[in-house]
Design a protein around this ligand. Structure first.
Ligand SMILES: [Fe+2]
Length: 442
């Protein structure tokens, strides 16, 4: 074996680098000269050890090997080279080789081409050029494949991250939903607490609030109000008189009986209750609109109301609805105050004033019949207090009463606003009235 020799003839980069191995120095020099002139970076080796050493040090686009070498054949060397640099294009130079061997080597992927000695220069250069292009193509494919794999991995990571983020968002949404639900429950509890305070302070006001709420609910159904507006109106109905809490009860009573006889300063004081109500509900977040509606519940369309003397459409729409409902509710208040005109005997139950109201726009006469007057239509007549609204106030001792209205002396109708109805045994439904003792909790 000749001495180890390897020479780099130029410093061009990897894709143009060619390793040539041949034990004949003259052939080696010829190949180096020919390829270097074409600007290839040629590295030569005159034995397989030197060539393998070069393969360990740097990458080559093409490996050209002589077949007839001492110790190792070109095919054997190229097979080893394939293990070290599989992308490099391998070319075998041979003078004598059976066609079957060459075809077999090509088919098994050991070599790309073979060159027969003596070769034509153009043929050699064309083969080397194709070999370099093949190397570049394989390398580019490998780079693209690696890039695709890398992109896929990143995509998978992104997908995973996206899934985790979506799971986090879903979890946060659930938490938010729970919080919203808790907030809604707290809001309802706050309103119920306000109603409870009102009812404890003055049961008649609490009762009235419930009736006004029923009317508002019916209005919301009829007008098909959106959920938010419906909630604001219903809450306003429950709390519309909360501003009266803290006023002297006798003052409220006198105001309800006949507001005109109150001194101006007391009237002014009582007329501030919508403003006080608005202030009281302000402590609960989300009740700002409710406060505005409550403030407007005594305004009148003609501007004669209070506290702001708003006119027409200056009054908020829901405030107008509440004002109508509150007016209706007041008209049929079952009052827990003692009857001022009735002198109660010692030990006897104290009567309370009860006002019955019914809407009968086409009626000529309306009377009330029930347990309280022996079901006699002649004994309790209602007066028309406004267009189609009929009313009567009567003293009743605490207890449970069933009653009906008689329209035009012949048509019996129940009270649609009664909280309870009872079957009379003849196919009709009597309204039921529960009169509580003054000051009794409801
Ligand atoms: Fe009021």
């Amino acid at each position: 074996m000749t001495a180890t020799q390897s020479t780099a003839v130029s410093s061009t980069t990897g894709p143009n680098r060619i390793l040539v191995i041949d034990d004949e120095q003259i052939v080696l020099a010829g190949l180096r000269e020919t390829l270097a002139r074409e600007n290839y970076d040629v590295v030569t080796a005159d034995n397989s050890f030197a060539a393998l050493s070069e393969l360990q040090k740097q990458s080559f686009a093409v490996i050209i090997s002589d077949h007839q070498m001492p110790g190792v054949t070109g095919l054997e060397f190229l097979s080893q080279a394939k293990g070290i640099q599989p992308f490099a294009t391998r070319i075998l130079i041979t003078a004598v080789l059976s066609l079957d061997t060459v075809i077999d080597a090509i088919n098994k992927g050991e070599i790309y081409r073979f060159i027969v000695k003596p070769w034509l220069r153009e043929e050699l250069l064309a083969t080397v050029k194709n070999a370099v292009q093949r190397y570049e193509l394989i390398n580019r494919n490998a780079a693209l494949r690696a890039e695709a794999v890398d992109m896929n991995e990143k995509l998978q990571e992104l997908n995973k991250s996206l899934e985790q983020q979506m799971a986090r968002v879903a979890e946060q949404n659930q938490r938010l939903e729970r919080l919203n639900q808790a907030l809604a429950e707290n809001l309802l509890h706050s309103v119920q607490m306000g109603l409870h305070i009102l009812q404890t302070f003055h049961p008649a006001l609490g009762n009235q609030a419930r009736r006004v709420h029923e009317v508002c609910k019916a209005m919301a159904d009829t007008l098909n109000l959106p959920a938010e507006k419906r909630q604001a109106l219903e809450m306003s109905a429950w709390l519309h008189d909360i501003g009266l809490v803290g006023f002297r009860r006798d003052l409220i009573r006198r105001w309800e009986e006949n507001p005109q006889i109150l001194p101006e300063d007391e009237q002014t004081l009582l007329q501030s209750h919508p403003i006080l109500g608005q202030d009281l509900v302000r402590f609960v977040h989300h009740l700002e609109e409710v406060g505005t509606i409550i403030r407007a519940h005594h305004e009148r369309f003609d501007g004669t109301g209070f506290p702001d003397k708003l006119k027409g459409e200056e009054i908020p729409w829901l405030g107008r609805l509440l004002a109508v409902a509150a007016g209706f509710g007041v008209a049929r208040t079952i009052d827990s105050r003692p009857a001022a005109t009735t002198s109660a005997t010692a030990g006897a139950p104290t009567p309370v004033m009860v006002r019955l109201v019914v809407l009968q726009p086409d009626a000529r006469t309306v009377s009330a019949v029930g347990d309280f007057n022996g079901w006699d239509p002649a004994r309790t007549s209602l007066q028309q207090v406004s267009n189609g609204v009929w009313s009567v106030t009567l003293p009743l001792t605490p207890g449970r009463y069933e009653y009906m209205f008689v329209v035009d002396g012949q048509r019996w109708v129940s009270d649609p606003a009664a909280i309870e109805q009872s079957d009379d045994g003849f196919g009709a439904r009597n309204a039921v009235l529960e009169v509580l003792p003054p000051g009794a909790p409801l």
